[in-house]
Design a protein. Structure first.
Length: 296
């Protein structure tokens, strides 16, 4: 029997979905629509097709959401991505995160800034990378003390390193927890002081209470930090991306052209040459009109 995993190689657009899941572990249908597909129905159709081809596994979320099912890479798809990775070489297949709702909330930040990262730094892993909680975890020693470094996620671009902390409304952690985590970040900053990296903690908080606790802890330990709502943090990271790209003298990347069928490519080439008419109605007069009819 033919192997659908080998027969049905993903198109470039679907490959972006696989890359995103390799970086984040798990995403909702709605999140994948926002960063890859044209519509929710298109995302749902393609994701189910990749599930049948052996690339994705569908999970029904235990928490309440109207944004679709959860998707993870199958074991075969994970090791396929690992073989093609420029950054990771020796990893085991990750277990499903215990705090699924928290991980999905953290990945909202990834979804919110990915387009800007690709626009200024190019493809993921080539010019920037996102580490999920498992990859961001680290132990280090400084002096005679041992520390645990465990942000919810880590984002690197240029010479900037952002440690992402996501505080949901349900968490309601005590001020002492913010203090402990920030103390660890202060040690991490001293540990990396000999490198050219600029570490910074960003706290995306659902409640004003958590924002105030994070800000107070950051001031107490002298940690470079930005605190705000998820929307404010996404806006801040976008500004940081553009500032860093401008500082490094990077020109914006052209919008990615997705793989199209031969017929679609012929339509685009024809539209670029000259307008064609069919009776009194112009057909293919501008590129947008043709792209809206591409049979992806």
């Amino acid at each position: 029997m033919p192997d659908p995993f080998i027969q049905n190689a993903p198109r470039r657009r679907d490959q972006r979905a696989l890359t995103a899941l390799f970086s984040t572990t798990v995403l909702l249908t709605k999140q994948l629509e926002e960063i890859v597909y044209d519509s929710y129905s298109h995302a749902r159709k393609q994701l189910y097709a990749m599930g049948k081809s052996g690339y994705l596994e569908r999970i029904v979320p235990e928490f309440r959401t109207s944004e679709g099912k959860l998707w993870i890479l199958t074991k075969r798809a994970f090791f396929r991505e690992l073989r093609g990775s420029k950054l990771y070489y020796d990893e085991s297949y990750p277990e499903l995160p215990r705090r699924l709702e928290h991980v999905v909330a953290t990945n909202d930040v990834y979804v919110g800034v990915r387009d800007e990262l690709e626009h200024r730094f190019g493809d993921e892993e080539a010019g920037w990378h996102w580490k999920h909680e498992g990859r961001a975890f680290d132990r280090f020693e400084m002096g005679s003390r041992r520390y645990v470094h465990q942000p919810d996620a880590e984002l690197c671009f240029g010479e900037r390193v952002l440690y992402i902390e996501r505080e949901t409304g349900r968490a309601r952690e005590a001020p002492s927890r913010f203090n402990e985590r920030t103390k660890s970040y202060a040690a991490r900053e001293r540990f990396l002081s000999h490198e050219r990296l600029v570490p910074e903690v960003v706290w995306a908080c659902d409640t004003e209470r958590d924002t105030e606790h994070a800000l107070a802890a950051s001031r107490r330990h002298g940690v470079r930090a930005v605190c705000g709502t998820p929307e404010q943090i996404i806006s801040y990271i976008k500004e940081a991306i553009n500032e860093e790209a401008d500082r490094l003298g990077l020109e914006p990347f052209k919008p990615e052209v997705y793989e199209a069928s031969p017929r679609a490519q012929r339509l685009l080439r024809r539209a670029a040459k000259k307008p064609h008419t069919n009776g009194s109605r112009p057909v293919g007069r501008d590129k947008d009109e043709v792209e809206n009819r591409l049979p992806f």
